[in-house]
Design a protein around this ligand. Sequence first.
Ligand SMILES: C[S@@+](CC[C@H](N)C(=O)[O-])C[C@H]1O[C@@H](n2cnc3c(N)ncnc32)[C@H](O)[C@@H]1O
Length: 281
Amino acid sequence: MNREALQGSQHGSLDGSNKDTCLTILGAGRLLDVDVEFIKRGGFKVRMIDADPSVRSVWKAKFPNLTKPQALTMDLTQCIEDWSTRLKDFIKKSSNEKENAEDSAAELVSFLYSLKPGQGHDLKIGDRSQIIFSQNILGQLGIYWRDRAYDLITKEIKPNSALVESSGELLPNIKKALAHTIKLLELQHLGLLINSKADTILILTDCLYHYYEKNNSNWQTDPALELGGYSELKKVFNDSCYELTTDKSWLWHIAPQGIEDKEHGSIHEVVALILKKREAH
Ligand SMILES: C[S@@+](CC[C@H](N)C(=O)[O-])C[C@H]1O[C@@H](n2cnc3c(N)ncnc32)[C@H](O)[C@@H]1O
């Protein structure tokens, strides 16, 4: 991790704020990529949000004065549970009714396209000044949902389903429809940030995944986000009440070849966007 660049973007977003500012950290996790000491020195009131209940003890250890309303365990999308239940019901029903695999796949695809994420969790906090860190959560939002959907489709409900290729991958049109639902979750997250009316927003996210092999100059590069790359991400804010004031990117050599995988190494391209609320809004 490029700690200097990461901390630089956090310090830059907190510039000019004071003890009355509420710092909300979305995807706070174990606070590994958060400059805890800097935040403590600034005396900001913090609010942590993460779906994983196991990280609460870490928050408490690092911020002993954190009260319950400042430590929120929740799914920010507020739809993954509902989507999972609906998918479960849908597959149960359709596996009883359909013998033909092609029809089942087509129905599943249209079911997935019918899913809409709704508003998600409201991040507004009244008149108080607020700064939000969206802390490496954007690219993670779809992972939990995709894994759950994959399990429901392939294992729990329809074992050896014809919805899956022999490699274990979902059929391409099902994968595409699932990717569409993930894009909706990403856009919902950016909508949550825009609707928060926070003074400053820092978005830290993986943007590209690069894979390399030693002695081979051809890298494979995949997008980390379903909504597109860096320019698509910035475009979402063009017509909003936020102005992009700083953007930086850096490479994070997350898994050098030969450690987790003998065949290839991976590098994440990370971006940090600092957005300020426009005066008129
Ligand atoms: C890559 S980790 C971020 C690491 C963290 N910032 C740290 O410093 O340790 C992404 C975090 O987002 C959280 N997350 C993923 N989906 C979420 C959701 N729908 N709602 C709330 N938190 C979510 C995960 O539980 C995880 O802690």
